[in-house]
Every structure is written in structure tokens, then in C-alpha cells.
Design a protein around this ligand. Structure first.
Ligand code: SAM
Ligand code: DTB
Ligand code: SF4
Length: 332
């Protein structure tokens, strides 16, 4: 094992591939060692996700049930009123969440009244003492600045897949657009939450390439969500096979080893995992989940908060207090 006490930003594809392909138990042991050095391994960050604007999206992301062009069962919902969102945030806080993430099925933010309402939601949730996160599509630097001034703590903008495979999955924007938004978020001092999805038909080289882009950023994303494709009927990817648990474990372990200071979030896909399978993901270095009383992610099912608290108890884990993120730009 190379020195796992250092943050590196110069990973090669070969190095990443060698990590990803290690014999499984050795890989998990290594990732668990790194995890224990950088974090309190008994703590899991609980984030609550709320879809504040659902469906009707003009983009063609082939995994997504919210793209207007696919015939899915998802009901379009215009931007929720601020009061409704704040009531959800209060419940999330009461349930032990420390982070509240608001998601909108938008291609990009526009400077209009909806954005003004989002800004009000951000300051309202921030005033409750929760870490506020948003995922709203592409942002300009000016929009990022306005979000930061309203109290936004983190912005989620996933790479989704590798640069090489990107055009197979999405045609209405480019990989570089994603990078540009992430840079805008960084420039204004909002923390970055960026990861991707596995199970889109990509190969191992694509997974490695995506992780390499994240791990070689000047500052690692403070949060790295790893999603397994949630297969939504009516989308082009609905018939792809379920992601293998060991692929998920390898992905999480590799992310943990190469971005040791980051929170690695076990995101979509938990509904199809047993408690034992999720335990492997925590052992491999995952230390954050999405949960909530609504038992959904955005439009697909997710375990509920009481079920998750029971799982944490069974595994000897507990909900993390706020702001445990470590500095991802310098050596620890
Ligand atoms: N519309 C904005 C965007 O795409 O950036 C924000 C919301 S979007 C739903 C947030 C992220 O959720 C996507 O970037 C993607 O990585 C993930 N996601 C969406 N649909 C998914 C699915 N069916 N399975 C797994 N992850 C998914
Ligand atoms: C992320 O990486 N995963 C979350 C969040 N960021 C916004 C979304 C997952 C969506 C899963 C499918 C759905 O319910 O739409
Ligand atoms: Fe729209 Fe985001 Fe879904 Fe893509 S992932 S279709 S941008 S909501």
C-alpha cells in the first residue's frame, strides 16, 4: 500500500485499475484502513434528499425517469412552495439528518422567479442549522455566487460516467459542461459533491476514467456519491442488468483509497441491497447515505429512515454530527 496518509492528485489509469482489480478482501481491507485513518468509521452522514421540481426535464440522460422525452410513470411537479420545502427540512432535522439536499429536474438554472424561490429555500434551510445542498443542473459563476450568499453549503453535480462514454448516455450536453459547472461552484467557495453512476453499460475502464477525473481535481470533491443505476421503466436503460454488489464494493473502495478525505456516499441502489450487502459498502469506506421518511430518492424507492436507523444500530454505526468533512486540498 502506498502512503495512504497523503492526498494525491496525479493518479494514473494504471494505478487506479490495479487498485480496482485487487483481490476483493485485500481491497476492502486496504480501503477500510484508509477509512479508519481519515474518518471515524463508526459515523455515517445522514442526508435527506427532496425533489423540489420533478419531471419534465429537457435533457436526454438515458438513465433518468425525469427526462420529458421518455414515457415513464413519473408525474410532473412544478417547483414546490417554500413553506412545503421548509416543513420537509424540519422533519429531516427531527429525524437526525444533518444535510438537506434539494433537487430540481432542470437542465440549468435560469435567472427567474423560480431561482429566487430556490434562494429563499436555501436561506430558510440554512437558518435551521442544516447543511444545505442543491442539485439544479448547470450553473454560471454568478448563479453559484448567489447560492453561496444565500447560505448554500454544497452543490451536487455528478460526472455521471466517463468522458469517453458520456455521449452514449447523454447527447444534450457535454462532459465539459459538467466540469465547467463544478469549477464555477469551486470558485465561489461552495463545497463540491460529485460522483457518478455504475450499471449504465460502461466498462471497467470507464469507471476508472470517471474516478480518475474526480481524484485528479485540484481539490477532491468533498462528497463523492456512488450510484447504482435505478432502472426506471420507460427509459432506454430500463432492461440493463442489476449492478453486481461486488462492483459497487470495488467502486466504493477505490473511491475511498484515492480520495481518502472525501465523504463517499452510497447513493442510489440501496433499495435492492440487503443489510449485509450495505455492510460491505460501509466496510469498503462508504460513510454517507440518503434516507428520509418519504422512502424515495427523487422518483425511485429508497429505504426509510427508521429502517436505516435500525440498520446502523445493527452494524454498530451511528449518525454523524454536522461538518465532519476534512480538507480535501492539502495533505492530512
Ligand atoms: N437535473 C440535475 C442534474 O442532472 O444535474 C439534478 C438532478 S439529477 C437527478 C442528479 C443526479 O442523479 C444525476 O446527475 C445522476 O448522476 C443521478 N441519477 C439520476 N437518475 C438516476 C438513476 N436512475 N439511477 C442512478 N442515479 C441517477
Ligand atoms: C446523487 O448522486 N444521487 C441522488 C442525488 N445525487 C441527487 C439522486 C439519485 C436519483 C436516483 C433515481 C431517482 O430517484 O430519480
Ligand atoms: Fe434532467 Fe438531471 Fe434527469 Fe438529466 S439527470 S434528465 S438533467 S433531471
Amino acid at each position: 500500500m502506498k502512503d495512504y496518509k497523503e492526498l494525491r492528485h496525479d493518479w494514473t489509469k494504471e494505478e487506479l485499475l490495479a487498485i480496482y482489480n485487487k483481490p476483493l478482501l485485500g481491497l476492502v481491507y486496504e480501503a477500510a484502513t484508509v477509512h479508519r485513518h481519515w474518518h471515524n468509521f463508526e459515523e455515517v452522514q445522514i442526508s435527506t434528499l427532496l425533489s423540489v421540481k420533478t419531471g419534465g426535464c429537457p435533457e436526454d440522460c438515458s438513465y433518468c425517469g425525469q427526462a420529458a422525452r421518455y414515457h415513464t410513470d413519473i408525474k410532473v411537479q412544478a417547483l414546490l412552495p417554500k413553506e412545503t420545502v421548509l416543513a420537509h427540512a424540519q422533519k429531516a432535522k427531527d429525524n437526525g439528518s444533518t444535510r438537506f439536499c434539494m433537487a430540481a429536474a432542470w437542465r440549468e438554472v435560469r435567472d427567474n422567479r423560480d431561482f429566487d424561490r430556490i434562494l429563499e429555500m436555501v436561506s430558510g434551510v440554512n437558518a435551521m442549522g442544516l447543511e444545505v445542498c442543491c442539485t439544479l443542473g448547470m450553473l454560471t459563476e454568478d448563479q453559484a455566487k448567489r447560492l453561496q450568499e444565500a447560505g448554500l453549503y454544497a452543490y451536487n453535480h455528478n460526472l455521471d460516467t466517463s468522458e469517453e462514454y458520456y455521449n452514449e448516455i447523454i447527447s444534450t450536453r457535454k462532459f465539459d459542461n459538467r466540469i465547467e459547472t463544478i469549477k464555477n461552484v469551486r470558485k465561489v467557495g461552495i463545497t463540491v459533491c460529485s460522483g457518478g453512476i455504475i450499471g449504465l453499460g460502461e466498462n471497467v475502464s470507464d469507471r476508472i476514467s470517471m474516478l480518475r477525473t474526480l481524484a485528479n481535481m485540484e481539490t477532491h470533491p468533498e462528497s463523492v456519491p456512488i450510484n447504482a443505476l435505478a432502472r426506471v421503466a420507460g427509459t432506454p436503460l430500463e432492461d440493463l442488468p442489476k449492478v453486481d454488489i461486488w462492483d459497487m464494493v470495488r467502486m466504493i473502495a477505490t473511491a475511498r483509497i484515492v480520495m481518502p478525505g472525501s465523504m463517499v456516499r452510497l447513493s442510489a441502489g440501496r433499495i435492492e441491497m440487503t443489510e449485509e450487502e450495505q455492510a460491505w459498502c460501509f466496510m469498503a469506506g462508504a460513510n454517507s447515505i440518503f434516507t428520509g421518511e418519504r422512502q424515495t430518492l427523487l422518483v425511485t424507492p429508497n429505504p426509510g429512515v427508521s429502517e436505516d436507523m435500525e440498520m446502523l444500530k445493527n452494524l454498530g454505526l451511528r449518525a454523524m454530527d454536522k461538518k465532519k468533512e476534512v480538507n480535501c486540498s492539502s495533505n492530512g
